[in-house]
Design a protein around this ligand. Sequence first.
Ligand SMILES: Nc1ncnc2c1ncn2[C@@H]1O[C@H](COP(=O)(O)OP(=O)(O)O)[C@@H](O)[C@H]1O
Ligand SMILES: Nc1ccn([C@@H]2O[C@H](COP(=O)(O)O)[C@@H](O)[C@H]2O)c(=O)n1
Length: 202
Amino acid sequence: MLIIGIAGGTGCGKTTVVNQIINELPPNEVGIISQDSYYNDLSHLPMEERVKVNFDHPSAIDFNLLSEHLISLKSGRSVQQPVYSFKAHNRTGETEITIPRKVMIVEGILILTNPELRKLFDIKIYVHADSDERLIRRIKRDVEERGRDMEEVLSRYQTTLKPMHQQFIEPTKEYADIIIPNNKYNTVAINIVRTIINERLI
Ligand SMILES: Nc1ncnc2c1ncn2[C@@H]1O[C@H](COP(=O)(O)OP(=O)(O)O)[C@@H](O)[C@H]1O
Ligand SMILES: Nc1ccn([C@@H]2O[C@H](COP(=O)(O)O)[C@@H](O)[C@H]2O)c(=O)n1
């Protein structure tokens, strides 16, 4: 199994890059794990408390469960990946079966902050886009897809997103084997990563 970790700040285009990479690969040979599925279970908190959580700090992620799942997949066992709701700020209680594939891609803002997780990655990728570009994309996406309004996104950006990005996320660039510049769609970089994966699939 080849395990690829794809990190980068919110809105840099991780999900888009993952979709572009897997688009022309055999569907039954690539699996995806999203860090978002591993936000801590906050069922014990009421909605008004969950909204206030700092979702950009490493402590918001259940890294133990994420590492455990990756180790299970590596040894050939399927896992139940939790399903996350950005509208409820919580896991839904449902899970999605994730079966081991020849290539597993793990994507998320904080995945390179955790030393145990980093050890599990064969290739570490950091997707870079400038902060103004990321903020614009985030506003559009969160309003269209995640049930937020502009006020919510801007306030979260100022209070947690920007400081956490500078403190925890951006510094993990140093662990990356490959940095993908993604202010614009970068088909050359995507093709290079796809070629590396294809070599492993042969
Ligand atoms: N290179 C790009 N140029 C312009 N828009 C992009 C680019 N990559 C992604 N987007 C858009 O930006 C938004 C955030 O992208 P997404 O892949 O969800 O980022 P991430 O997973 O890193 O948060 C999406 O609406 C997506 O369509
Ligand atoms: N309930 C939540 C949980 C997370 N977020 C934000 O999601 C971002 C990470 O996801 P990306 O797809 O953008 O990488 C992160 O910056 C959190 O602020 C949220 O808004 N609500």
